[in-house]
Design a protein around this ligand. Sequence first.
Ligand SMILES: C[S@@+](CC[C@H](N)C(=O)[O-])C[C@H]1O[C@@H](n2cnc3c(N)ncnc32)[C@H](O)[C@@H]1O
Length: 220
Amino acid sequence: MTPDFWIERWQKGEIGFHQAAGNDLLAMHWPSLGLAPGSTVFVPLCGKSLDMAWLAGQGHRVIGVELSPLAVDDFFREHGLEAETRTAGSFTVRAAGPIEIWCGDIFELPGDALRDVAAVYDRAALVALPPSLQVRYAEALHRVLPRAAPIFLISLSYPDGQLAGPPFSTPLSAVAALFGATHAIDIRETRDGLEKSPNLRDRGVTALDEAVYVLRRKAG
Ligand SMILES: C[S@@+](CC[C@H](N)C(=O)[O-])C[C@H]1O[C@@H](n2cnc3c(N)ncnc32)[C@H](O)[C@@H]1O
């Protein structure tokens, strides 16, 4: 899965993953993290997710990272926000109020970009990546995140072979293989997600499980 794949999807408007309303699992389970007001949330592979505005509305600073400049422009325009632009290494960073989005490849994020992050919100980020990149993603988070930052992960899984991802089926066993050695995995909810994902049903998926995990670094 090359960057061009995603850049083209945004150019062609093939963004069936984008949710027109905020994510209900986020609203339901996020408050239990008990983060301090004003703390910073990292949103990897953020697209133009409305959840960034929701998190800002909860009093957080938000740092997103996204490959597609179109997605980043859309986000600020659709929220009526005038964004300032700066560069940081290979990234163009656009910022308005408490939200900044780093436009570029997450695997090139400078080590210190996330040093103040208190938590991660991953919806449709891990599952957007094929298994080999999922390993790199887990390693990258491990490398750049402060130890205390939990990862709030919404994952999905479907029967083997029903779809050539993305999204890639990522059941608990895969989450455990990626994070289990370093993180305790708290399962907050699992539910049937097919009804809320008509685009996947139309692509041939017959059963879809959605799960919310909170991953916290183990001591040591
Ligand atoms: C499935 S979408 C999910 C977007 C968002 N999380 C949401 O819930 O709507 C995955 C997003 O990741 C972006 N992306 C893919 N690979 C990336 C990378 N290596 N670095 C930064 N963004 C990436 C894509 O452009 C796309 O917008």
